[in-house]
Structures are given as structure tokens and as C-alpha cells.
Write a protein that binds this ligand. Structure first.
Ligand code: FCB
Length: 471
């Protein structure tokens, strides 16, 4: 079969496998990517791939509710079936392993594993146990995110992340999961991208639960970070051998001109995207400039919260996608000024690998206690088509190569970066953009659920095979 994952090593595009074309992916000989202990993997998230939303006692999440509201998600798509991974997980792990990927970052669906009273749901837990045991059997390093945005709806009904109690419910959930799964998880990430949960969920309403108020966003952020801080010691107690961390998305903001106002705007952009999360985690305080941008939005912080939030981490997960060019909005903040003539992806996001390097080297200067870093997501969407059993995702190959070069440059500049996860293993439910935006290195035909390995994944597999052979 032309492009079955299991046969991937035999199906490299003829020109590449014969070596008649320069391989457009393989990193240069001096790249840190050749180091065997630099982990290369792929990432997914529960709601984006699992489907089976009503099975085995899973409760509704805020994304079931949100995606059912007309107009919230492109084309009215929902995660009800997604990649049907809940039923196809075995073949999906075979595919991951056949590509030679060494790490897999997945997330657990909180509504699958416990009910409103905190009673464990055995069937849901068993799903993750089977999955993680199989990954261990395959020798794949497992990064497990506890919260990748699918909050149980019953918690949202009681205020969601605006309710401080949700942070304590999260710690209970972390307790259950780390007792049940200890030994099968190499690294726990408490939250995925609290910026998106707080700002897109409660600040501008583009994501579930769809509320739009800056004051809500700062309070939701505080409760999310508190949830993280409460969970870390629980994870440490129950599963001491694993690493504990959190995943933050970071954004590069560049000034549209040399004017002081535009420079300030770019600074505020990065405060809002990066320091809002990283300062509390690594410095134990919120950046005061945030409240210049959003006056009067200081969250309610109780005694001891900042100490809880800033407890040391074993690793920091970084997700990076693009930069934003900004100018002053003439008042407190910034406005986007999209650049003309730059390379963009299917999302309209600018391809800007230097942003990743510059942010990482900048963090090393700003945060003296910066933990070891894993790039927990990086990738791009393209309108990929299967032609004669092949997917030629040329732009993605070049995107990955350039971003991995940026990672290598940051490593050479002294940043401790230990691994990189492609977003994503396969095309999936891209939140408000539904299934139209394809981020996978494996193509999914949603009418048949057929997986087709894209050319990018073939080249990553080829590199990993070579690296292994040299070790
Ligand atoms: C990130 C999310 C991930 C995916 C990528 C494209 O913000 O963590 O789930 O949607 O963007």
C-alpha cells in the first residue's frame, strides 16, 4: 500500500530516497538536533482527536457546548467524531512508532475520568492506561497534559475559571490522575496555554466558554495559574520520578516603526502574551505593565497564592507559531499592523522562525531561574490534498526545517532546550477553525478516517532513522 504508516520507510518519495535531490529537511551536521538525547516527538490534544464524546461515561465539556452554538466554529464543526482516536488509538500509536518519533505529547480529557462529585470513571481511566502502557511498551517518551481546554461543563456551570474553587477541583483531578497513571508518564504538564484559556475563553470570547471581558480574563488567568501551582506538589508526591511543568504559548511582537510609541506597543504586546504567564510562574508577581494595558483589571489574589504559583518547575513547555507586527493604538495599547509580502500559512500566520530564537534567548536573560525547555508545539496549517496516495506539504517541510534551525541557534546561544514536538501528529479539530485547517504531519480523510503520512513526516522519519543509525 502506497503510503501506509507501517510502510513509511519504503515509501519515501523516490527522488529523496535515491538522493537525487537535496533532502529539504535534514538538519546540518553541526545541529544540536543530531544529539541523540534531543527528544523529537509529536503532539495532540484530547478534544481535537478523540471523538467518542458520549461514550463510556464521558461528560460534556465546554467545547461540546461551545461548538454546538451556531457561528462559533467554522462550518459548524464539532469534536464529536474528530479523528475517532478513541477507537483507533492502537493504529495511531503504530503510526507514531513507525515514524520513529521518540516522544508523544497527549492530553487527558478531564470530563472522561471523573464525575461532578469527583468519583473516578473507571472506563475513561482505563482508556488512558491502555494508551500509556502501549506507548511505554514502544519505548516512547510520554508527555501528558492534564488540561488542554476541555473543562467539564458542570464546572463551567459553577463559574468555570472565574470560580476559585475550580483550581481546587483541578488539584483533585491531578491527584487522581497521578495516582492512577504514575509510572507511565515521563512528564506532566498541568496546563496547556493558559493565555488561550484565559484570554480567548474569557477575554475576547473566541474560544469556549465564549465570555468577553478583560477583568474576567485576568481573574481566570489567576485561577488557572493557581490550579497549576496547587497541582505541582500533588504530582510530585504521587509520581516523584516524573518531570513536572506547564506549557505556555509565546508570541513575538515587533514594532512597526522606530518610534517610542511603537516600541512601547511591541513591549506591551509581549507583556500581554508572555510576561502575563511567565512572570507569575518564574518571578512570583504579575507584570504591572499589564494593568497599564488593561487598567483596573487586577485579579483578586489571596495571601500565599503567588508563592504557590511560583514553586520551581522541572521544565517549561513552549508553544510557538508566529509573530505579530504592532503599532501604538494611540491610547494604552497596541494594534496589529499586518506586514505585506511576507510568507504566511493557511491560518494567515506569518512564518517567522527568528521570533522563536529571539524569545528564547530573551527569556534566558529575563528569567535567571528559567527551567529546561521543551518546545511542546510548533507547526503550521496548510490546505493539504492527497494526490495518488501522497501529500506534498512543501511549505511545512521548509517551515519545520527553519524553526528547528532557530531552536539550534537558541541552544548554541546557551538556552537549555531538550526537545521538540511537532504540532500535530495528525490533522485534527482546530478549535474555532474546525477541520478546514490542517496542522498534521499525517493527513486525515474525515469521511473515511484514513490516515496518509505527509511528505514532511516521511522526512522527519528519515532523519530520525539516520540519527539512530549513527548513534
Ligand atoms: C495551540 C493549541 C493547539 C493547536 C495549535 C495550532 O494554540 O495548543 O491545540 O490548536 O495551537
Amino acid at each position: 500500500m502506497a503510503n501506509d504508516a507501517s510502510a513509511v520507510f519504503d515509501t519515501l518519495s523516490p527522488a529523496v530516497s535515491k538522493g537525487s535531490l537535496a533532502d529539504p529537511f535534514t538538519p546540518p551536521a553541526d545541529s544540536a538536533l543530531w544529539r541523540k538525547n534531543f527528544l523529537l516527538g509529536a503532539a495532540t490534544a484530547s478534544y481535537q482527536i478523540e471523538g467518542a464524546v458520549n461514550e463510556d461515561g464521558r461528560l460534556p465539556s465546554i467545547w461540546d457546548t461551545f461548538s454546538a452554538i451556531p457561528g462559533k466554529v467554522l462550518a459548524g464543526d464539532t469534536g464529536a467524531v474528530a479523528c475517532d482516536h478513541y477507537h483507533r488509538w492502537e493504529a495511531d500509536i503504530e503510526m507514531l512508532a513507525s515514524l520513529g518519533l521518540e516522544g508523544y505529547r497527549l492530553s487527558i480529557a478531564w470530563p472522561r475520568v471523573m464525575d461532578a462529585a469527583g468519583v473516578p470513571n473507571r472506563k475513561g481511566l482505563d482508556f488512558y492506561k491502555r494508551l500509556l502502557n502501549r506507548l511505554k511498551e514502544k519505548g516512547i517518551t510520554t508527555f501528558v497534559t492534564l488540561y488542554h481546554w476541555d473543562l467539564p461543563q458542570h464546572l463551567e456551570d459553577r463559574g468555570g475559571w472565574l470560580n476559585r474553587d475550580t483550581a481546587y477541583r483541578f488539584a483533585d483531578y491531578a491527584d487522581l490522575m497521578s495516582r492512577e497513571l504514575a509510572g507511565t508518564v515521563d512528564a506532566w504538564a498541568t496546563l496547556n496555554e493558559p493565555w488561550c484559556s484565559a484570554y480567548l475563553g474569557y477575554g475576547n470570547g473566541h474560544h469556549a466558554p465564549g465570555l468577553a471581558n478583560d477583568r474576567f480574563a485576568t481573574q481566570a488567568m489567576h485561577h488557572l495559574l493557581l490550579a497549576h501551582g496547587l497541582a505541582v506538589p500533588v504530582l510530585r508526591a504521587n509520581d516523584p520520578a516524573s518531570q513536572k511543568g506547564i506549557v505556555a504559548n509565546i508570541g513575538r511582537g515587533t514594532p512597526n516603526s522606530d518610534s517610542a510609541a511603537d516600541q512601547r506597543a511591541a513591549h506591551l504586546f509581549e507583556v500581554q502574551h508572555n510576561a502575563w504567564i511567565l512572570d507569575p510562574l518564574l518571578k512570583g508577581s504579575y507584570p504591572q505593565d499589564l494593568f497599564e494595558l488593561w487598567p483596573g483589571t487586577e485579579p483578586l489574589v489571596l495571601d500565599g497564592d503567588m508563592e504557590t504559583i511560583s514553586a520551581p518547575l522541572d521544565f517549561l513547555g513552549i508553544n510557538y507559531y508566529f509573530r505579530t507586527n504592532v503599532a501604538s493604538d494611540g491610547a494604552h495599547g497596541f494594534r496589529d499592523v499586518p506586514l505585506e509580502g511576507v510568507e504566511r500559512t493557511q491560518m494567515g500566520w506569518e512564518v517567522y522562525p527568528d521570533g522563536l530564537r529571539d524569545l528564547l534567548t530573551g527569556f534566558k536573560k529575563t528569567y535567571h531561574n528559567l527551567p529546561p525547555i521543551y518546545i511542546t508545539e510548533n507547526g503550521m496549517a496548510s490546505d493539504d490534498q492527497v494526490t495518488d496516495g501522497h501529500v506534498d506539504d512543501t511549505q511545512r517541510i521548509s517551515f519545520l526545517k527553519r524553526h528547528l534551525a532557530a531552536v539550534d541557534q537558541a541552544i548554541k546561544a546557551g538556552v537549555d532546550i531538550r526537545g521538540y514536538f511537532l504540532w500535530s501528529l495528525m490533522d485534527n479539530f482546530e478549535w474555532a477553525f474546525g477541520y478546514e485547517r490542517r496542522f498534521g504531519v499525517v493527513h486525515v480523510d474525515y469521511s473515511t478516517q484514513k490516515r496518509t503520512v505527509k511528505h514532511s513526516a516521511e522526512l522527519v522519519a528519515k532523519f530520525l532513522k539516520e540519527r539512530k543509525a549513527r548513534a
